[in-house]
Design a protein around this ligand. Structure first.
Ligand code: MV4
Length: 450
C-alpha cells in the first residue's frame, strides 16, 4: 500500500478521499488554491501545499504545481477525484513520468473514454449494443446525411470529444440537416478543440442508467449493479439512486454482463462506470465509459456495503480484487445533490454560510466539506453537500430522505434543498415513473412524455 497520497482536488470529494486514506493508514497531502486556505480538506489532511490562485487553470488544473507539490512532500500517488484533471490522459502520463502512481485507469483507458466516437466503434465491434448510427466519426456532412437517410429521423449529432450531454444536436428532418451539421461542427471546435462528429438515431424516451465496474491488473472485472440517474436538468444530475426501480434481476444481470464485456473490450483497470440509455421496452444501449470515480458513487456503496474509494486505492496499488462473488443490492439508497444555487432557476448562489446543521440518525450520510462560517467561492462547482440515505426498501429511503431534508439547515446562501423536497413529494417520483424528461414535466406539467 502507498504510504502517502496527494489529493489533487477540493471540496467534498477531497474530504471523501482523505477519509478513505485514514482508514487505510495512508498519510494525506491536500493541495489548495489561495481562496481555499480555510477549507475542510486542508484541515483534515496531514499536510497541505498551496498550488496557486483561485482560478482553476492556475491551481487545481496546474499540472507542474501539483507534480512539484507531490515531489516536495514525497507523495507516492495522486488521487485526482472527479472533474479537474481526473480524465486528462496527459496528466496521468505526466504522473507516470514523474514516478508517481495515478489513482485511476491507464492513460490509454482515459484517452479512449474521452473519444466517444472511437469508444462507440470499439464497443460495436466487440458486440456491446450501441444505438444505430455511424461507424465511428463521420467524414463530411454528405457522409453523415447518408447515414441519417439510412437510419431515419430524428437523429442526434454528437461531438466525438464531447460527452455528458455536451456538444449534442438533435435533427428532426432532412431539411434541417446541413445547417445543424455546420453548427454542431463549429460548436464542437470551440468547446473541445475538435470538430469531429458522429451520428446516432435519437431515442425519444430514455432512462439514464449506469453500471459501476471494478477491474484489477489481472483483468478480473466485477460489476456492482446500477445507478438510476434520470433525474437531471440540462445534463446535470440532481438525484441518483440504486437500485433503479425500473431494473429487475433479469435486466440487472443483462446490464452487468454488458458492462463487464465493455470493460474487458478495452482492457480496463481500476474503477469505472458504463453509461447506458434504456428505453421503456428495456432496450439497452451503450453511451459512454466514464473513467473516474463519480459524484454519485455513494449510492452504490450504501446498497453494496463496499467502500469504493478504498477499493480504488487498493486496486491502484496493485492489489487483486477483494470481492469474491457478485453482490446483490441490499435495500435502496438515494442521493440528493445539494448545490449552492437558486432552487428555481438553478443559478449559482455563492457566499458565506451562516449556519450549517446537517441531518443524522439511522441510514443518513452527508458527504460535504462545508461548515458554519465557510464561504462558498464562486470559482468552482456549486455542489456543497451530498445527502445520501439508505433504507430497507425504496419507500423507507424516500421517507428518510424527506425527514433528512427537513432536518438540514443551511442559511446565508440559497440551496437546492427546496427543489429536492418538491421532487420527493411528487407522485411520479414516488411511484418510480422517472425518465430524463422528469424535471421538464415537473416544471411544465402540460408537456407529455419528452
Ligand atoms: C442520446 C439520447 C437519445 N438518443 N443518444 C445525454 C448524455 C449523454 N451521455 C448521452 N445523452 C443522450 N444521448 C441517443 N442516440 C438521449 C440522451 C439524453 C438526453 C438528450 C437530450 C436531452 C436530455 C437528455 C437527458 C439524458 C440523456
Amino acid at each position: 500500500m502507498f504510504k502517502k497520497i496527494l489529493i489533487a482536488n477540493r471540496g467534498e470529494i477531497a474530504v471523501r478521499v482523505i477519509r478513505a486514506c485514514r482508514e487505510l493508514g495512508v498519510r494525506t497531502v491536500a493541495v489548495y488554491s489561495d481562496i481555499d486556505k480555510d477549507s475542510m480538506h486542508v484541515r483534515l489532511a496531514d499536510e497541505s501545499v498551496c498550488i496557486g490562485p483561485a482560478a482553476p487553470d492556475q491551481s487545481y488544473l496546474n499540472v507542474p504545481a501539483i507534480l512539484t507539490a507531490a515531489e516536495l512532500t514525497d507523495s507516492e500517488a495522486i488521487h485526482p477525484g472527479y472533474g479537474f484533471l481526473s480524465e486528462n490522459p496527459q496528466f496521468a502520463e505526466a504522473c507516470a513520468s514523474s514516478g508517481i502512481a495515478f489513482i485511476g485507469p491507464s492513460p490509454e483507458n482515459i484517452r479512449l473514454g474521452g473519444d466517444k466516437s472511437k469508444a462507440r466503434q470499439i464497443m460495436k465491434k466487440k458486440g456491446v449494443p450501441v444505438v444505430p448510427g455511424s461507424d465511428g466519426p463521420v467524414e463530411s456532412a454528405a457522409a453523415a446525411l447518408k447515414v441519417a437517410k439510412r437510419i431515419g429521423y430524428p437523429v442526434i449529432l454528437k461531438a466525438s470529444m464531447g460527452g455528458g450531454g455536451r456538444g449534442m444536436k438533435i435533427v428532426n428532418a432532412e431539411a434541417e440537416f446541413d445547417d445543424a451539421f455546420l453548427i454542431a461542427q463549429r460548436e464542437s471546435l470551440t468547446a473541445f478543440g475538435s470538430n469531429e462528429l458522429y451520428l446516432e438515431k435519437f431515442i425519444q424516451v430514455v432512462k439514464h442508467i449506469e453500471v459501476q465496474v471494478l477491474a484489477d491488473a489481472k483483468g478480473r472485472v466485477l460489476h456492482l449493479g446500477e445507478r438510476e440517474c434520470s433525474i437531471q436538468r440540462r445534463h446535470q444530475k440532481l438525484i441518483e439512486e440504486s437500485p433503479s426501480p425500473f431494473v429487475d434481476e433479469k435486466l440487472r444481470k443483462k446490464l452487468g454482463e454488458i458492462a463487464i464485456k465493455a470493460a474487458k473490450a478495452i482492457k480496463y483497470r481500476n474503477v469505472g462506470t458504463v453509461e447506458f440509455i434504456v428505453t421503456p421496452e428495456q432496450e439497452v444501449y451503450f453511451m459512454e465509459f466514464n473513467t473516474r470515480i463519480q459524484v454519485e458513487h455513494p449510492v452504490t456503496e450504501m446498497v453494496m456495503g463496499i467502500d469504493l474509494l478504498k477499493e480504488q486505492i487498493r486496486l491502484a496499488a496493485g492489489a487483486a480484487l477483494n470481492i469474491k462473488r457478485f453482490l446483490k443490492p441490499r435495500g435502496c439508497a438515494i442521493e440528493c445533490r445539494i448545490n449552492a444555487e437558486d432552487p428555481e432557476r438553478f443559478i449559482p448562489s455563492p457566499g458565506r454560510i451562516e449556519a450549517f446543521q446537517q441531518p443524522g440518525g439511522p441510514g443518513v450520510r452527508v458527504d460535504t466539506a462545508a461548515y458554519s462560517g465557510w464561504t462558498v467561492p464562486p470559482h468552482y462547482d456549486s455542489l456543497i453537500a451530498k445527502l445520501i440515505v439508505h433504507g430497507k426498501d425504496r419507500q423507507e429511503a424516500i421517507a428518510r430522505m424527506k425527514r433528512a431534508l427537513d432536518e438540514f439547515v443551511i442559511t446565508g446562501i440559497k440551496t437546492t434543498i427546496p427543489f429536492h423536497k418538491l421532487v420527493l413529494n411528487d407522485r411520479n417520483f414516488i411511484e418510480g415513473r422517472i425518465d430524463t424528461g422528469f424535471i421538464e414535466r415537473l416544471r411544465n406539467p402540460e408537456k407529455a412524455a419528452v
